[in-house]
Design a protein around this ligand. Structure first.
Ligand SMILES: Nc1nc2c(ncn2[C@@H]2O[C@H](COP(=O)(O)OP(=O)(O)OP(=O)(O)O)[C@@H](O)[C@H]2O)c(=O)[nH]1
Length: 349
């Protein structure tokens, strides 16, 4: 499990909120404007304009209602984008009130980028531009007619706007991505023990409760193996603190090599480690602890001191409910002290 998953989820939810607000803003504000304009033209006998205004207003509202019910943001944004493009095309075909339709096109390219992002936004905007060019310069099929100078300047300024919005969206996405990477790397650093590279106490205290609450099904039942090196003070005193550090680093490597990919090894304190094994029952976790205990006792950590045998004491407990982490940790701690009291280099569960 990547340590920074919480920050990634936060970044994603900010991005989703941004799109959600644009979707709802476009749905409610645009349909309100269209309803008002539609009502103003209710008596005008301009049935096509009424159809465009009321039809789009209700389609936007329907899409918003469907989004509220389904929470399918991606699809709702896509539908909204297509509705926007259809509305704009219909308006330009009709000409709008006193042939002012072209003015109403300009708010929509940035909206399409906001709804669909850089890639899809560019495709839909360019498709819209092409469609409008066909409407303005294509054969006369009864659509509104605009002055030639007005049409060419409109298309040129629309293209400029689409390019500017595309460049803006490109760099917004890039800067968002770099900020996200920076944040994740900061989170990783803050959650990682500098000496061993394992997850640290902060990860356990802050991220673990979050994961347990948010995604208990990914973790529970989860075994906790608390490991404490035996007589580590003696190693420091005999060989120096730097050699003690090397031992801790090698122990961390050994733990990682013995664990499965979803398991998490944490440095819990100075010479104390906590191993978290998702979806693991007590008997299996006890077997894993026993295997690790034997490996530690067999490994020679300091080649220049082959006589040095390092051992660990283990306490194993299992966490079944999201809220029981502290209790399971207390149990593992008690069992580890039991192993110490019973003579060290033992597993207790
Ligand atoms: N080299 C090194 N030593 C550390 C580090 N963190 C804690 N220690 C040492 O770990 C030792 C822990 O000693 P104690 O708590 O007395 O435990 P112990 O000697 O392992 O004895 P038992 O746990 O009872 O078997 C102390 O000497 C700490 O200085 C570290 O990052 N590097």
């Amino acid at each position: 499990m990547p340590i920074s998953r919480a920050s990634l989820a936060e970044a994603l939810s900010v991005e989703q909120n941004r799109r959600r607000y644009i979707l709802l803003f476009v749905s409610y504000i645009t349909s309100a404007i269209m309803l008002v304009l539609g009502l103003r033209h209710l008596l005008s006998e301009d049935y096509l304009l009424q159809f465009i205004l009321f039809g789009c207003a209700f389609s936007f509202l329907l899409n918003a209602a469907w989004f509220h019910a389904s929470q399918q943001l991606e699809t709702a944004c896509l539908v909204e984008g297509v509705l926007v493009a259809a509305f704009v095309t219909g308006l330009v075909v009709h000409g709008g009130f006193e042939s002012t339709a072209l003015y109403w096109v300009f708010p929509f390219p940035p909206i399409l980028y906001g709804l669909l992002g850089r890639k899809r936004g560019t495709w839909l905007n360019l498709a819209l531009l092409l469609t409008l060019a066909v409407v303005l310069y294509g054969p006369d099929l009864g659509q509104a007619q605009y002055r030639a100078a007005e049409s060419s300047r409109f298309l040129a300024s629309l293209l400029t706007l689409i390019l500017a919005c595309g460049i803006n969206e490109h760099f917004r996405e890039r800067s968002h991505h770099s900020m996200d990477l920076l944040q994740r790397s900061k989170d990783n650093q803050a959650n990682t023990d500098a000496l061993t590279g394992l997850a640290n106490r902060r990860f356990l205290d802050q991220s673990m409760p979050h994961y347990l609450q948010q995604q208990p099904e990914l973790l529970l039942p989860m075994a906790l193996i608390l490991v404490d090196l035996d007589h580590f003070k003696h190693i420091n005193d005999s060989f120096g603190h730097a050699e003690g550090d090397k031992v801790l680093q090698q122990i961390a490597r050994l733990f990682r090599s013995k664990l499965r990919q979803p398991d998490i090894a944490c440095r819990y304190g100075g010479e104390e480690f906590l191993l978290l094994l998702p979806h693991t029952q007590l008997s299996d976790a006890t077997r894993v602890a026993e295997k690790i205990r034997q490996s530690v006792a067999q490994q020679r950590f300091l080649p220049q001191h082959p006589e040095l045998v390092i051992t660990c004491s283990f306490g194993v407990a299992v966490l079944s409910g999201s809220d029981d982490f502290d209790e399971a940790l207390r149990q593992a701690d008690q069992l580890m002290y039991q192993a110490k009291a019973d003579g060290r280099n033992l597993v207790r569960s």
